[in-house]
Ligand binder design. Structure first.
Ligand SMILES: Nc1ncnc2c1ncn2[C@@H]1O[C@H](COP(=O)(O)OP(=O)(O)OP(=O)(O)O)[C@@H](O)[C@H]1O
Length: 670
């Protein structure tokens, strides 16, 4: 500190008037006011008569400087870490006043309140070059707007910047104590909301019970997110691209893979597809907007004994999309028959298309039976996929199904049958045109429940029907393995082909299924599942890999929703024409920073004056803004006459307060 000529002595000890006005005795008792903190008086050699006792002077300086920060009667707040500017924190005093013991604990103000009351000496890097210097509290030195937003509650997630050297910790009683260690995991949700906390505190929207959700032991000492949040740091989550280094990112890494996105979008489009000017009824019970799914107009009564038609439809009860399967010309003679669907509603299994309802209808100008099931957009039947049947895929070249894929089908069908049989039911329909392929190698049994209604009076026992399911299962696999829909007309030839194409384990499994109706043996789906357990493991492992892949894909989109919300806010705030063509809104005051921040993010130009299109820059800026990072950014006005240095933290604060102002009904501006 440079001497100002007036050393900071206590007023009570300061001389009043010139030294020459005092007697020498009086002067000797008065501490010299010209002594600098280095203990030297500029007038000592020239006969200064005041007291230069170094010990007394030192004590006076000490008392004075303590008054500026803390004096010995202050509570025992003794920071032990480095302060924000990198200098050492003052040493802890070894002696302490007895009063300190009963003093209220020191409660440092949070960053926001400090920022408003304690402007730092900010300097612009352009100041020395003659540019307009700016201050953190205003656009220019003149007409300084205040950063403080008194009436807007700010979210204060317990951020401590470097200048805060103590940490706040709940002591278990809800009170706050100052501790010497800095704990970056302290959040507003617990300690700052405790009684006596200083500064505006609102609920932390990001707070969640980490200890309960993630395992108390691992996060034992953490009560929330690490602060400051690091949303702008994209952590690589595998599986990784082999062609790039760990830190390298390309645009595709930040979004879902294109093929996956395309698949999802196509499914969404298919779900929303409508058919105008259709001859179909506008309403079938509580369903509307019917779209036919089977494009073949041939009536086929082979499976159910009645021609069946499949439609996508929207429910007016819940707005969701379902499939209606209509059995044309069916007359319900026994009411109990349709009640059997209740049992099917309870079958909730990933390998079965869920059945929701069944009712009779006259909407098609006949007597029809309607089954309501889940809709799986863009799915195909296994017959369409592998056997070349079905109108859409008639000319399709069918190829040999690899053994692993076939094992995958077998495990999924076994999974479905286990769920069905353990619910006291039998699938009864198990053929390639009634197994849906809803994703890559992902199948579901379709049209279950129908025969239970249509052939309600069957004489066969449940055990018999369940065994028949196993036989149908075996025949389905042989048919798929042979790539021929009619192969079971000649079973011997079919098995010869199958034996040549697949391993003995596969062949034995299929033989076992085909023999399920033999009376001498107890055969059930549980026994079969035990027999193919090694294959179950490999299918399970594939499912885990897929799960990893999907998690990785999902993580790429992690920050995108957040950034869209942030950009929405920015766009809502910037350029409000209703406020005198924006002049009243953002041409002055703190919103002006947001306006030129937008230029900084989106409108940069390169050395040639061409637009700089850099997604990395944009994402990085937006993430830092959302995280409210301490990093500072230099903003230059469009006319290049003004330059400001603002931190993302302050920009975030402005963004929040502006957004709140926007939502005030009276549109009060400040
Ligand atoms: N739940 C469903 N979700 C989505 N699409 C389905 C659903 N059920 C059936 N489909 C589709 O509807 C179409 C017709 O199905 P259907 O079961 O009638 O097969 P099909 O090949 O026409 O058999 P069939 O000749 O016995 O009528 C198929 O392309 C199938 O993919």
């Amino acid at each position: 500190m440079a001497s100002s000529g007036k050393p900071p002595l206590d007023d009570s000890r300061r001389t009043t008037g010139s030294p020459k006005m005092k007697t020498r005795e009086n002067a000797k008792e008065t501490l010299c006011r010209n002594v600098t903190i280095y203990g030297r008086c500029r007038y000592e050699d020239k006969g200064c008569a005041f007291n230069h006792d170094p010990q007394k002077l030192n004590a006076a300086h000490q008392a004075d400087s303590n008054k500026k920060r803390f004096n010995v009667d202050s509570p025992s707040f003794t920071p032990s870490l480095l302060s924000g500017n990198g200098t050492s924190a003052p040493k802890k005093s070894t002696t302490i006043s007895p009063k300190a013991a009963s003093a209220a604990p020191f409660q440092p103000r949070v960053a926001a309140s400090r920022m408003a009351s304690d402007p730092e000496p900010w300097t612009s890097p352009l100041t020395g070059k003659g540019s307009n210097a700016s201050t953190p509290t205003g656009r220019q030195e003149a007409g300084t707007p205040d950063w403080t937003v008194a009436d807007v509650q700010e979210f204060v997630p317990g951020i401590f910047d470097g200048s805060h050297v103590a940490s706040l910790q709940g002591n278990g009683n809800g009170a706050i104590t100052a501790t010497a260690g800095f704990d970056p995991f302290v959040t507003a949700s617990t300690p700052l909301s405790a009684a006596g906390a200083v500064g505006p505190v609102s609920a932390n929207p990001y707070a969640h019970d980490t200890a309960a959700a993630m395992g108390g032991a691992f996060f034992a000492n953490q009560t929330g997110f690490q602060q400051p949040v690091q949303y702008h740091l994209y952590a690589p989550i595998g599986p990784h691209n082999q062609n790039t280094l760990g830190y390298q990112r390309n645009v595709h890494d930040l979004f879902l893979p294109n093929d996956f996105r395309e698949e999802l979008q196509k499914k969404a489009a298919a779900t929303l597809q409508t058919l105008p000017n259709t001859q179909l009824p506008a309403q079938v019970d509580y369903f509307h907007s019917l779209v036919p799914l089977d494009l073949s107009h041939q009536k086929n009564a082979a499976t159910f004994g009645y021609p069946s038609w499949v439609y996508k439809a929207q429910s007016s009860k819940d707005g969701n999309f379902y499939v209606l399967r209509r059995l044309e010309g069916f007359r319900l003679t026994n009411e109990k028959a349709i009640r059997s669907v209740q049992a099917w509603k309870r079958v909730c299994n990933g390998s079965v298309v869920t059945v929701h309802d069944a009712f009779t209808s006259r909407s098609f100008q006949d007597s029809s039976l309607i089954f309501v099931t889940d809709y799986h957009p863009l799915s195909k039947t296994l017959a369409e996929q592998h056997l070349g049947t079905g109108a859409r895929f008639q000319s399709r070249h069918t190829s040999h199904i690899p053994e692993q894929v076939l094992w995958g089908y077998m495990t999924q069908i076994a999974n479905a049958l286990k769920a069905i049989h353990s619910n006291g039911l039998a699938a009864r329909v198990l053929e390639p045109s009634k197994v849906l392929l809803t994703g890559k190698n992902r199948i579901r049994l379709n049209s279950c429940a129908i025969l239970d209604v249509v052939q309600f009076d069957t004489q066969r026992t449940l055990v018999d029907l369940q065994r028949q399911d196993l036989v149908n299962f075996g025949q389905l696999i042989v048919t798929l393995g042979s790539n021929s829909p009619n192969v079971m007309h000649n079973p011997t030839k079919a098995m010869e082909h199958f034996t040549r194409a697949y391993t003995p384990q596969m062949k034995n499994s299929v033989y076992w299924l085909l023999g399920a109706l033999q009376k001498d043996q107890e055969r059930g789906i549980d026994t079969f599942i035990v027999g193919i357990s090694s294959q179950l493991m490999s299918t399970f492992d594939s499912a885990l890999h897929l799960d990893d892949q999907l998690t990785s894909d999902l993580s790429r989109e992690l920050e995108n929703g957040r950034l869209v919300r942030l950009m929405t806010k920015l766009n809502l705030i910037n350029e409000r024409p209703e406020y005198e063509h924006d002049r009243q809104w953002s041409e002055s005051g703190e919103r002006y920073y947001l306006k030129i921040f937008r230029d900084y993010v989106f409108h940069q130009v390169d050395a040639q004056g061409d637009p700089a299109v850099d997604l990395g820059h944009i994402l990085s800026c937006l993430n830092k803004l959302d995280a409210g990072s301490d990093e500072k950014v230099t903003l230059i006005s469009r006319d290049e006459q003004s330059c400001f240095i603002v931190s993302y933290k302050e920009l975030k604060k402005t963004l929040e307060s502006s957004f709140q102002a926007l939502m005030k009904p009276a549109r009060r501006l400040h």
